[in-house]
Design a protein around this ligand. Structure first.
Ligand code: KIV
Length: 261
């Protein structure tokens, strides 16, 4: 999969399926089914147990992305640039983007924000690194927003988002993620930019969808926003498997004769 093919999918009307992943094993299981895999900074929550995405570092993202790249034989791997890795200066942004691509082997980076970080995006693209934009609910700005609520409900914010999407498109972003915004606005954005628009909590009129893998697999039972569908119920399965294993150890039925040397 290449960024050119992702762009062609919009042109031909084929929907783009993207999931997050953070390790080799799960990546190798989902790779054939999806077009793009995002090593999201949601790893900060999902893998590290933090309440926010803010603490995860470039080094930690590279460590996770290496495993994902080894497991992805088909899908395009996009790595999130974590908080603090692109806001200081354009030079710093390019240096961190190059590190991520060089040390992980991924194909592209994702960056949260619009006009404010446009120069950083332009410089990274000029360095030859494909960039996926991210607008709407941008979790790295949670302290500014004051929560994880629906974004761009009001006209002014909606107009700014539309303008930002057009700027990212003109700058050469190969796709844009829109998170948690009204479906009608996401549809307007998808129609008004050339690059594919990937939604999460942004309705069905976008060019593709992305979900956090552990959420859609039903591993994170406490998290059930309206936009999330559980395509499996692994929390239950994993709990049952661990309990069955523990029981078998305690009653000495595991390992049995066939399981011993
Ligand atoms: O970090 C992440 O998982 C993301 C997706 C929610 C789009 O940015």
């Amino acid at each position: 999969m290449t960024t050119a093919k992702i762009r062609q999918m919009k042109a031909s009307g084929e929907k783009i399926a993207m999931l997050t992943s953070y390790d080799y094993t799960l990546t190798s299981l989902i790779d054939d089914a999806v077009d793009m895999i995002l090593v999201g900074d949601s790893a900060s929550n999902v893998v590290c147990g933090n309440s926010y995405t803010l603490p995860i570092t470039v080094d930690e993202m590279i460590f996770l992305a290496r495993g994902v790249v080894r497991g992805a034989k088909h899908a395009l791997v996009v790595v999130d640039m974590p908080f603090g890795s692109y806001q200081v200066s354009e030079e710093d942004a390019v240096r961190n983007a190059i590190r991520i691509i060089k040390e992980s082997g991924a194909e592209a980076v994702k960056i949260e924000g619009g006009e404010e970080i446009l120069p950083a995006i332009q410089h990274i693209i000029q360095a030859g690194i494909p960039v996926c934009g991210h607008l709407g609910l941008t979790p790295q700005s949670v302290n500014q927003f004051g929560g994880y609520g629906l974004r761009a409900k009001e006209e002014a914010e909606a107009e700014k988002l539309l303008h930002d999407a057009q700027l990212l498109d003109q700058a050469g972003c190969f796709c844009i993620v829109l998170e948690k915004i009204p479906a009608a606005l996401a549809a307007r954005v998808a129609q008004s930019v050339h690059c594919p628009v990937i939604g999460i909590g942004a309705g069905s009129a976008t060019d593709g969808q992305v979900l956090v893998l552990h959420d859609m697999l039903g591993m994170n039972e406490g998290f059930k926003p309206k936009f999330l569908r559980h395509f499996a119920h692994l929390a239950q399965d994993i709990r049952q498997a661990a309990a069955a294993y523990s029981q078998a150890v305690k009653d000495s039925s595991f390992p049995n004769q066939e399981e011993s040397y």
